[in-house]
Ligand binder design. Structure first.
Ligand code: FAD
Length: 220
C-alpha cells in the first residue's frame, strides 16, 4: 500500500464520513505512502455517463455507451475529466471508497464515477478478463462507510438485511469484477447517534482496521 487512491463521496467536509477519509489520508501518509483523493463533491464530478465522455463518437447515429467506451480506449478519445480519473486509478496499488450508505448503495456521484471510469475496454471486455482473470488483480480495494441504521438493524435478523448482501454490488460487481483483491469493509454504524467519545472510539477502531487490512484475508 504505497500508492493509495481514495474516492470520497460525501457532500459535507465536516461529516464523520469525511473524518474517516481524512484519517485514512493521514494514516497512509504517515506510513510513507503517496495518497491521492478524488473528493467527488468538491470536484463537482459529473456522475452522468453519456456522450460527453468522448471527444468523438464512432457512431453518432446510435449511441451505445460500452461500444463508445471501447472505441475511446483504443483511440484515446476519453475527455480529460474521465482520463484524469483513469490515470489516478492506473497509478494506485490500493483503491478505497469512502461513502455514507445511501439507499442501500453508494451515493449516485460514486456510482457515476464507476460507470464512467471503469469503462469497457479500459477495465474489462474487449479482450480483457474479469474476476480472477481481471486486469487489476494486483490492486487491493476496500470500502469505508457510515450508516444511518444501527448495527442491530443489519444483524442476522435485522430489519435491513445483512450488509454483506447489501455491499455485494460494490465488492463483487465493481471491485472484484475488474480483478481487484477485495478486503472486508470498515463500517461505522450510525455515527450521528453516537456520543462524541464513542465517535472517537470509532476513529481508534478505524486505525486498528487500517493497520491490519493489508494482511487480512480477501473476501474475493
Ligand atoms: P454526520 O451526521 O456527518 O456525522 C455524525 C456526527 O459526527 C456529526 O455530529 C459530526 O459533527 C461528528 N463528527 C465529525 N467529525 C468528527 C470527528 N473527527 N470526531 C468526532 N465526531 C465527529 N442509512 C442507512 O443505514 N441505510 C440507507 O440505505 C440510507 N440511505 C440514505 C439515503 C440518503 C439519500 C441519505 C441522505 C441518507 C441515507 N442514510 C441511510 C443515512 C446515512 O447513511 C447516514 O446519515 C450517514 O452515513 C451518517 O454518516 P455521516 O458522516 O453523514 O454523519
Amino acid at each position: 500500500m504505497k500508492k493509495v487512491l481514495i474516492i470520497h463521496a460525501h457532500p459535507e467536509k465536516k461529516s464523520f464520513c469525511s473524518a474517516l477519509k481524512d484519517q485514512a489520508v493521514a494514516h497512509f501518509q504517515t506510513a510513507g505512502a503517496e495518497v491521492k483523493v478524488s473528493d467527488l463533491y468538491n470536484m463537482g464530478f459529473n456522475p452522468v455517463g453519456d456522450k460527453h465522455d468522448f471527444l468523438e463518437l464512432s457512431n453518432p447515429d446510435f449511441f451505445k455507451y460500452q461500444a463508445e467506451q471501447t472505441n475511446a480506449f483504443q483511440k484515446d478519445l476519453f475527455t480529460p475529466e474521465v482520463k484524469a480519473e483513469m490515470e489516478k486509478f492506473l497509478w494506485c496499488d490500493t483503491l478505497i471508497f469512502t461513502f455514507p450508505l445511501w439507499w442501500f448503495g453508494v451515493p449516485a456521484i460514486m456510482k457515476g464515477w464507476v460507470d464512467r471510469v471503469f469503462a469497457m475496454g479500459f477495465s474489462y471486455g474487449a479482450g480483457k478478463g474479469v474476476y480472477d482473470s481481471g486486469t487489476f488483480k494486483d490492486k487491493i480495494s476496500f470500502a469505508v462507510l457510515t450508516t444511518g441504521g444501527p448495527e442491530i438493524a443489519y444483524g442476522p435478523n435485522g430489519k435491513n438485511g445483512n450488509l454483506e448482501t447489501i455491499l455485494y454490488p460494490v465488492h463483487h460487481g465493481m471491485f472484484y469484477f475488474v480483478g481487484m483483491q477485495t478486503k472486508n469493509p470498515f463500517i461505522s454504524f450510525s455515527p450521528a447517534r453516537l456520543a462524541d467519545e464513542e465517535r472517537k472510539s470509532e476513529l481508534t477502531r478505524f486505525t486498528e482496521y487500517l493497520n491490519q487490512v493489508k494482511n487480512s484475508a480477501n473476501l474475493f
